[in-house]
Design a protein around this ligand. Structure first.
Ligand SMILES: [Zn+2]
Length: 89
């Protein structure tokens, strides 16, 4: 779990990722590995991101997390599904 800022809006994305190995059957036959959660936030003018993993981020509700999972599963491999959830501070 990366250190996430506590004074910023964080956008979470649930994504499949390709590992790039030509021998990987997971990538060849499906969307890739995952889905994994990633966090995006701004630090000044820079967009930062952090890998969270399979665990649902603390900042979002179970309902939103399952909706995000539905969306990512119904998309094609190339669509980065934006299951954006903004946390309120
Ligand atoms: Zn792979």
């Amino acid at each position: 779990m990366p250190k996430l800022p506590e004074d910023q809006h964080i956008t979470y994305q649930l994504q499949y990722r390709k590992c790039g190995k030509s021998t990987c059957s997971t990538c060849k036959n499906g969307f890739g590995h995952g889905p994994y959660w990633y966090a995006y936030w701004r630090e000044g003018t820079k967009l930062r991101s952090g890998y969270i993993g399979k665990t649902q981020p603390e900042g979002i509700s179970t309902t939103l997390a399952s909706k995000a999972a539905e969306r990512v599963l119904s998309h094609s491999e190339k669509a980065l599904v934006n299951a954006a959830v903004k946390t309120e501070y």
